[in-house]
Design a protein around this ligand. Structure first.
Ligand code: CA
Length: 277
């Protein structure tokens, strides 16, 4: 049995929310609980419309793939689902010059009976809190670069470059964990960089330990905004209440928060600026 919450907020600076998230199946009917569940967080990259469209396409494509009957192994499920999302975004980007170069990060977690697997591309993250310790399970596909102060007066800054994304090339290489051991009390967190760029691991730990999943999502978003809210913030929290063959939801999820959106159109898609130092 598990409980979960998911929420997204555009933050305090960006003019729209280019993040997207999804939980599939969307609704659970009492007495007919599905035995598998998919959670997805995607963070769109691209000026104007592009990023928002790319992240939504990723979430929707993974959701559609999830609902197709299949007996694929987790590794094969992830490979095919991400390939389908990548292909769809890439194709769309070629058909409209305004969407050219759009892409998205994507981190997704699948719970099937009492087994968990996950896959990701980009710098959205999946963490696990176990025995009061928060551990990042994914490795960011990024490079850090320092930019010295410029003649135009821009201060020194650190730039994060996304090295892998969905939809920016015809093919994509994903990272995948096909089988993760699961313990009672484990809490999984999926999030976009708008959370971890603003909130420390210690603060995240405290929220996850002290609040049920749906409430934790809103607390985490509040914290990110209190610390600046410089980016869109998306979080999903899943708590394993007990282990059983038929993983069921303990209560209904948080209603979908309004998906807002957009970034500075001047920003190039692969660049993420953060704190001046
Ligand atoms: Ca972001």
């Amino acid at each position: 049995m598990f409980a979960f919450g998911m929420a997204s907020h555009q933050g305090l600076v960006r003019r729209e929310n280019q993040d997207a998230w999804g939980k599939f199946p969307k609704d659970s009917v009492d007495g007919d609980e599905p035995q598998k569940h998919l959670f997805v967080v995607a963070d769109g990259l691209g000026g104007h419309q592009g990023g928002k469209i790319a992240s939504a396409l990723a979430v929707n494509t993974l959701g559609e793939f999830f609902h197709q009957p299949s007996d694929l192994t987790p590794r094969e499920f992830w490979r095919r689902a991400f390939a389908a999302a990548n292909q769809r975004i890439f194709t769309e980007s070629l058909q409209d010059f305004r969407l050219h170069g759009m892409g998205t990060t994507c981190s997704a977690l699948l719970m099937k009976s009492n087994h968990i697997s996950f896959a990701h591309v980009g710098d959205s993250r999946i963490y696990r809190l176990r025995e009061r310790h928060l551990q990042q399970l994914t490795i960011d596909h990024t490079l850090q670069q320092d930019r010295p102060p410029s003649a135009t007066g821009e201060s020194h800054r650190r730039i994060t470059i996304i090295t892998r994304a969905l939809g920016t090339q015809a093919e994509v290489e994903i990272d995948c964990e096909p089988e993760l051991d699961l313990a009672e009390g484990d809490i999984f967190l999926l999030c976009s960089d708008g959370l971890y760029s603003e909130v420390t691991d210690a603060a995240i730990e405290q929220v996850l330990l002290n609040h049920p999943p749906a409430e934790a999502c809103h607390k985490l978003i509040d914290l990110a905004n209190a610390n600046g809210g410089r980016d869109n913030i998306t979080v999903g929290v899943i708590k394993i209440v007990s282990l059983d063959e038929k993983m069921t939801v303990t209560k209904q999820a948080t209603p979908p928060a309004a998906l807002a959106t957009t970034a500075n159109p001047q920003r190039r898609w692969w660049q993420r600026f953060w704190i001046n130092s």
